[in-house]
Design a protein around this ligand. Structure first.
Ligand code: ASP
Ligand code: CP
Length: 328
């Protein structure tokens, strides 16, 4: 567990914030206190106010069945920064839990959790992290399960947006891209506790915002708006979380005939020219990778926060791992 130099609420500082199994499967189970604590810990790790080395010696298994750059390398670098070691396979297709040899995810979890202290898993199937958690002896962290959730990305997003905007209460937060994506679901579940004035969606034509996301926002009386082009978000919002309009690399979304557009419609793309024309001060976030929804000519503008978001991700992942290992 990290040695904490600042004062944290005693309730949280003594152990995992992730419940009895220590798993982080969904943001829906995190309380506002949990999120505050993780952001504070991440911030202290970033500034050196918290000393990471008391987590040293643990082993973290990184099981990535689906492509990843940031999450995989981010967890690896966070593991090392905590003085822990990472184990994993470059290609999970070479494990026994591949489509050909078919060892179940449950058995994979039962085995790997006897060789390590925490499991980080990304998989193309919705519910895969929960299935592993049911059989794991050690905490399981969901690093993206199909179209369902990506909780650590959402924690990073909240951490980065709080730093960019100071606070989210009363703000207008917009989403570009496919609203059914796993990063959107995980983030809206956290955003509702931040009490923004409104959440604005700019989805591709004919794609409704999923009912559970509407319900999560409505439950907290947050105004929801759907807009037809991104210019309005650039003019009126404090922050825009862009995500891809084409999510086909995650696989097509279940329960729909809709096929992702291969290119972002011009009306939905953010460019430097649009930012200038709308005199936009909106901060731009993106879990990345981007496709064509944010033009690279935006990268050097003060609006662009997406690479800073990646820098901050290391400290949030350290905080998450530290808490997951805290019960050990
Ligand atoms: N990289 C993120 C994910 O795997 C976002 C995305 O791919 O759109 O969910
Ligand atoms: N943001 C994110 O999850 O990126 P990767 O898919 O590269 O891990």
């Amino acid at each position: 567990m990290v040695q904490i130099k600042s004062a944290y609420p005693a309730r949280i500082a003594r152990g995992s914030v992730f419940g009895s199994g220590g798993h982080l499967l969904s943001t829906s189970t995190l309380t506002p206190d949990d999120v505050d604590f993780l952001c504070e810990l991440a911030s202290d790790l970033a500034t050196g106010r918290a000393n990471a080395m008391r987590s040293a010696g643990h082993t973290v298994a990184l099981l990535f069945f689906q492509a990843s750059t940031r999450t995989r390398l981010g967890f690896e670098v966070a593991t090392f920064a905590l003085g822990c070691q990472a184990i994993g396979m470059d290609d999970m297709g070479m494990s026994r839990s591949n489509d050909r040899t078919g060892e179940s995810l449950e058995d994979c979890a039962a085995v790997v959790s006897r060789l390590c202290d925490a499991i980080v898993v990304r998989h193309h199937a919705t519910g895969s992290a929960a299935r592993m958690a049911a059989k794991s002896r050690k905490p399981v962290i969901n690093a993206g399960d199909g179209w369902n959730e990506h909780p650590t990305q959402a924690l990073i997003d909240i951490f980065a947006m709080r730093r960019g905007l100071r606070q989210l209460r009363g703000r207008s937060i917009a989403f570009g891209g496919d609203p059914r994506g796993r990063t959107v679901r995980s983030l809206v579940q956290l955003l509702r506790h931040e009490m923004p004035a409104e959440i604005v969606f700019c989805p591709p034509p004919h794609i409704p915002v999923p009912d559970d996301i509407v319900a999560a926002a409505s439950e907290h009386q947050i105004r929801l708006r759907i807009i037809q082009d991104i210019d309005m978000a650039l003019r009126e919002s404090d922050a825009i979380m862009m995500t891809p309009y084409d999510m086909s690399d995650i696989g097509e979304a279940p329960g729909t005939d809709y096929r992702s557009p291969r290119m972002t419609p011009d009306t939905h793309r953010i460019t430097a020219d649009k930012i200038e024309r709308t005199n936009s001060k909106a901060l731009l976030y993106h879990p990345l990778p981007r496709q064509d929804e944010i033009d690279p000519d935006c990268d050097d503008l003060p609006n662009a926060m997406y690479f800073e978001q990646v820098r901050l991700s290391k400290f949030m992942r350290m905080a998450v791992l530290d808490r997951a290992l805290a019960n050990d």
